[in-house]
Design a protein around this ligand. Structure first.
Ligand SMILES: O=C(O)CCC(=O)C(=O)O
Ligand SMILES: [Fe+2]
Length: 292
């Protein structure tokens, strides 16, 4: 029997009633799974009802058009102050609506941050960026950091993080690129850039043959940076200060393939100490899947 991925009105009411009676959301999800709901769907349904109108209702998503023409659809990130994942509650600290940015606390535990650094330290390489002309990965001066990556679901530890991150980003785990670790020393920075592949760059076409365009990013901070090393969004004057275990999340591709130029961002120079981050980029389709 196929798992259920549709919410009948009686189930909708059942979730609403039990939440208002103070039942733990996880217990509702568990009950739904026992009743043959798909686990990811059950979690999305409970989270969705906790945070406002549920998407399964026939209402069209609210949309607003920005001055640059990008249509802001309903964010993929859940509304509400708390995002519950299968193994951790993540707190929303700050939201920006245009562009869609959120600062999240407690995405990773302190131990997980330390473990990621420990596992990366001995395999770091100078970071590469996609060359706009060739689509190949090249070392460039704009990105003075070292990096490494973990293939999706590389081992149980990484798989657990990949799963949680996909639940926070509310996007399928298989659409994610492998976790990318970056380390910046004093003076290290990442000049302002877009995470999406700019259509005007010929190299973007090469990148997009596997999994399509990138749609969203989550940059997670693995340590406290003594001074500098903030994530900056220069066009809106926002600066996110790294905090161990917290993250900045942002969305930039909508369902019409429009790209939000306001998500221009970078890593400001580290002036004291060092900076470790892990980044997740999500694609439109399964990563590794050729264009339809
Ligand atoms: O270092 C930062 O804060 C930003 C990193 C970044 O932009 C990325 O990994 O795509
Ligand atoms: Fe970036």
């Amino acid at each position: 029997m196929n798992a259920i991925t549709h919410l009948a009105p009686e189930w909708h009411n059942w979730i609403q009633e039990n939440l208002s009676r103070g039942c733990a959301p996880q217990s509702l999800i568990d009950d739904m799974v026992r009743n043959h709901f798909d686990p990811v769907f059950a979690r999305a349904a409970v989270n969705g009802i906790m945070s406002g109108p549920f998407v399964a209702t026939a209402k069209p998503p609210p949309q607003t058009q920005s001055s640059n023409g990008y249509v802001y659809e309903r964010p993929r990130l859940y509304a509400g102050n708390l995002i519950r994942t299968s193994d951790r509650d993540v707190r929303v600290v700050t939201r920006v609506n245009r562009p869609m940015i959120a600062v999240l606390d407690g995405v990773l535990s302190e131990e997980e941050c330390d473990e990621l650094i420990r596992r990366s330290a001995d395999k770091m390489r100078r970071s590469t960026t996609v060359d706009p002309l060739t689509g190949k990965h090249e070392v460039i001066a704009d990105r003075s950091s070292e990096g490494t990556f973990f293939t999706l679901n590389a081992d149980p530890f990484i798989a657990r993080l990949d799963r949680r991150i996909s639940e926070v980003m509310n996007w399928p785990v298989e659409n994610g690129e492998g976790l990318q670790i970056l380390h910046y020393g004093v003076g290290g920075e990442y000049k302002p850039h877009f995470d999406y592949f700019p259509p005007e760059d010929p190299g973007s076409q090469v990148q997009m043959t596997i999994g399509g365009q990138r749609v969203s990013t989550m940059v997670m901070y693995l340590n406290e940076v003594e001074e500098g090393g903030t994530t900056i969004f220069p066009d809106i004057g926002l600066e996110v200060v790294p905090k161990k275990g917290s993250a900045v999340y942002f969305e930039y591709t909508n369902s019409q393939n429009q790209l939000d130029r306001l998500t221009l961002h970078g890593g400001s120079p580290v002036t004291r100490g060092e900076k470790w981050i892990v980044t997740k980029w999500m694609r439109q389709r399964r990563y590794g899947e050729a264009a339809a």
